[in-house]
Design a protein around this ligand. Structure first.
Ligand code: GTP
Ligand code: SPV
Ligand code: MN
Length: 595
């Protein structure tokens, strides 16, 4: 099939990829419904995808991955820069030449007997000065169909690139034999190149997402004066109609999609508050003409965690998945070909197929201690489906950011919310983030690890240089910089239950944050930052949470923090002279204040 672009750089690279992988057939993805429909039919006829109930879930498809291939694989993810120190101590590194030499034989002829799909896509609204183009070649229809939801895909992306530009990210993906022993997710930031092999799952293969929009883009942002962050973007509309935007960075499976789509509690909705979703996972941030920081969501859909999503916890996410959605590794209800996952409702299907593909009696299977859906099962839903999608979603300029929020899963140490003293201290607060690991990545779950800015698995260069870039951006933004906060929805009581109700009630914390940005409420200075007066967190309408509870949630255990400070010293030590002096000073300041 003939190329869809005259751009010689694209055509030369695609030719090289064809020569390497030797597909039987090459299909350029134009993005038309006609072409996508044919691919859907083909995938369903081979069993790669399963058609769900088209009356109840129109346009929805189901896909199951191999049990060895259900999450990102951080130990097989590499940043290949010519100098090792440019990847830094938190990334796996390999010399680019060595890595190309190792992977080239694995790709040689890997698409024999298969079709190569050439996917042009834009990260960011077409025509936005903040958007960037990528081209992914893949042997997976599942990838094409997901990219169609997650990005602005097809010919429009080539139009945006133009006929001569060389500024596009080259993504090579082959599922190969889905062999976990030879699985590699490799970024070559200096070459604008990503090579992914032997996986067919989410963040490993939808190369526009974590590989490009975070790992490659963070490196580009450092060189070009902007930032790529693992952040949701939401707008809070106040009763007077004014909308304030905030970005929040939480590690994988720690609540970004939920916060991005929250429905405020009644005390707020009846006054006229509303929340608008701009993005749920990634933000690209750049100073605008007025000197403020502007954010776009480079994605066009949501690749969200299914378990835990229900009418009450996240109505808007659930509504987003009722049409034109792909479900991966959830359970099927065979009675009506609909989908089910843990906590969707209290009625697991009796006639179920669990995520690995075995028919089971749902309630009995669960009673025996099993899960019907994989904990990292996902939905891929178009952003346009979201009932609260922001009217600014496609605004090429992005939205102005008033506050940046960091957060993680901490059972004890971190309080419900605190504000940093200033941008430099806020950068410190982001750099010392720690969180319990989740099912979004392969490996143990529930282990506390340092995850600076929720970027540990996604920073495409030395984290020390990344912090320096944050500090630099603060200088550029000056007094127009967003205020920086930290939140923790996950404090537990002695029985391990979450104390804070979370979800929609997180609005109560956002309310305080917005008021702080407007200088409309006081705060208490503590050793770690500014905290709310407990009575300034609105608890009206909450059953089990009183101002007394909030007081507990805001308590700072100095001994725990002193312990934590030791861990931060150890973590910082890894960065040697790449650690910005400013952060070292902030750590000393924290320790002095703790006494
Ligand atoms: P990625 O897509 O992996 O980046 O995850 P995410 O950060 O978007 O996380 P998501 O919103 O999908 O939430 C992950 C899990 O955390 C789900 O099981 C949610 O039910 C749970 N969760 C989200 N928000 C809250 C909250 O405020 N409180 C509690 N207790 N759980 C929450
Ligand atoms: C995450 O793990 O942060 C995700 C899912 O958003 S994935 O696309 O697999 O990275
Ligand atoms: Mn994520």
């Amino acid at each position: 099939m003939a190329s869809l672009t005259k751009n010689p750089n694209v055509n030369k690279w695609v030719d090289e990829m064809i020569a390497l992988t030797k597909p039987d057939k090459v299909v350029w993805i134009d993005g038309s419904e006609e072409q996508l429909n044919a691919l859907r039919e083909e995938a369903c006829s081979t069993g790669e995808m399963i058609k769900l109930n088209q009356e109840k879930l129109p346009g929805c498809l189901y896909h199951r991955t191999l049990p060895n291939d259900v999450a990102r694989v951080e130990d097989r993810t590499f940043i290949c820069t010519s100098k090792k120190e440019d990847a830094g101590p938190t990334n796996n590194w390999c010399d680019p030449k060595e890595m190309y030499a190792k992977l080239t034989p694995m790709y040689d002829g890997v698409m024999k007997g298969r079709t190569m799909y050439v996917i042009p896509y834009s990260m960011g609204p077409i025509g936005s000065p903040l958007a960037k183009v990528g081209v992914e070649v893949t042997d997976s229809i599942y990838v094409v169909l997901n990219m169609a939801i997650m990005t602005r895909m097809g010919e429009q992306a080539f139009e945006n690139l133009g006929d001569t530009s060389n500024d596009f990210v080259r993504g090579l993906h082959s599922k190969a034999n889905v062999d976990p022993e030879n699985r590699y997710i490799v970024q070559f930031p200096e070459d604008n190149t990503i090579w992914s092999i032997n996986s067919a799952y989410g963040g490993n293969v939808l190369l526009g997402k974590k590989c490009f929009a975070l790992r490659i883009a963070s490196y580009q942002g450092k060189n070009e004066g902007w930032m790529a962050e693992h952040m949701l973007i939401l707008g809070i509309e106040k009763p007077n109609g004014e909308v304030k935007y905030v970005c929040a960075a939480f590690p994988s499976a720690c609540g970004k999609t939920n916060l991005a789509m929250l429905i405020p509690p009644e005390v707020y909705t009846k006054k006229g508050y509303k929340v608008w979703t701009v993005g749920d996972d990634i933000a690209w941030l750049k100073p605008g003409e007025d000197g403020r920081l502007y954010a776009i969501n480079p994605e066009n859909g949501f690749f969200g965690v299914a378990p835990g999503t229900n009418e009450k916890s996240n109505y808007n996410a659930l509504a987003s998945t009722r049409k034109n959605t792909i479900f991966t590794n959830v359970a099927i209800n065979n009675d009506d070909m609909t989908v089910w996952w843990e906590k969707l409702d209290n009625n697991p299907p009796v006639n179920a197929t669990e995520w690995k593909g075995t028919k089971v009696n749902g309630p009995e299977y669960i009673a025996a201690g099993n899960k019907l859906a994989h904990p990292n099962s996902r939905f891929t839903a178009p952003a346009v489906n979201c009932p609260c999608i922001s009217p600014e979603f496609n605004n090429p300029k992005g939205v102005p950011v008033s506050a940046i929020i960091f957060g993680g899963r901490r059972a004890k140490t971190a309080p419900l919310v605190y504000q940093s003293f200033n941008w430099q201290h806020g950068t410190f607060v982001g750099s010392i983030m720690a969180s319990e690991t989740t099912a979004a990545a392969a490996g143990a779950v529930g282990v506390v690890r340092r995850d600076p800015m929720a970027m540990l698995p996604f920073c495409g260069y030395n984290m020390g240089d990344y912090w320096a870039h944050w500090l630099e951006m603060g200088k550029v933004l000056g007094d127009k910089a967003p205020k920086i906060f930290n939140v923790n929805w996950f404090r537990t009581d002695d029985d391990g239950n979450f104390i804070w109700p979370g979800f929609g009630d997180n609005m109560r914390v956002l309310d305080w944050i917005i008021k702080r940005c407007e200088d409309a409420v006081d705060a208490v200075e503590t050793p770690i930052g500014y905290e709310p007066k407990p009575e300034d967190i609105n608890v009206e309408g909450l059953e089990d949470v009183t101002t007394e509870t909030v007081k507990g949630l805001l308590s700072v255990d100095k001994d725990l923090w002193k312990e934590d400070a030791k861990g931060i010293h150890e973590f910082y030590a890894k960065f040697g002279d790449k650690l910005p002096k400013e952060l070292e000073l902030e750590l000393e300041g924290l320790e002095a204040r703790l006494g």
